[in-house]
Design a protein around this ligand. Structure first.
Ligand SMILES: [Zn+2]
Length: 235
């Protein structure tokens, strides 16, 4: 089993449920290190999810959705300092652009440009797919669905020279058709539903712990431990 953490923004200036402070993020990475967690690469997580590698009892997959600039400027130095690594799920249509795709966001956040994505990779991070335009995929027809997944993957692989193995559903939303489209291109996919991964879980619906800004470090630690235990029991 392993637990997967979901972050978006690491920015003190943004007041939103998906933005954690730099101080909180640093404390959380310190907690993972002190508690003996081992940060998995996305390929290691895929191997475990496929049954090709043994479950990792203290394995944690740290993920960031959307690929914001602060993931490199604020989160990456902390990850490197603690010997941890993480995966960014990137929206290919908005590379180097503002978060204009998100009508609900009342803040400006910039997405990493190609140079920023390369910096992330060079420091040992991984990249995954998050669709081309971050549309709600259950609203797309078959052709749009295939394009949302395939165009995203092809652009990122071509631009970065890396094979992508994991995908995060935009808004965490999927159905059988979305899952089928993703399955054609990826080894595993992630939801926004709280939970860990266990051998009984479907590897195209891997749950994550969405880290919230109001959590104390005790609450963070408790949730990681509880989710790990539930996942180990197959719940
Ligand atoms: Zn997203």
């Amino acid at each position: 089993m392993f637990v997967t953490l979901m972050y978006h923004l690491v920015d003190d200036a943004i007041d939103d449920s998906i933005a954690v402070s730099r101080q909180a993020f640093a404390a959380q990475m310190q907690w993972l290190q002190d508690a003996g967690y081992h940060a998995l690469t996305i390929a290691e997580a895929a191997a475990i999810a496929q049954g090709a590698a043994p479950p990792s009892p203290r394995g944690v997959l740290i993920t960031f959705d959307d690929g914001y600039v602060d993931n490199v400027t604020h989160a990456l130095p902390v990850l490197v300092q603690h010997g941890l690594r993480a995966t960014l799920f990137v929206i290919s249509a908005y590379i180097g652009q503002r978060n204009r795709w998100n009508p609900k966001a009342c803040y400006d956040a910039w997405h990493l440009d190609w140079a920023g994505l390369r910096t992330w990779l060079a420091a040992g991070g991984d990249i995954g797919g998050h669709s081309h335009e971050h549309l709600c995929m259950t609203r797309l027809d078959e052709a749009e669905l295939r394009a949302a997944v395939a165009v995203n993957k092809a652009l990122l692989e071509e631009g970065l020279g890396r094979e992508l193995v994991g995908f995060s559903y935009p808004y965490g939303v999927y159905n059988a058709a979305v899952k089928r489209a993703v399955q054609e291109h990826y080894l595993l996919a992630f939801t926004d539903t709280a939970g860990g991964w266990s051998p009984s879980a479907h590897r195209y619906a891997i749950n994550r712990i969405g880290v919230r800004p109001e959590w104390t470090i005790e609450e963070f630690g408790k949730r990681v431990e509880v989710m790990g235990k539930l996942a180990a029991r197959g719940e």
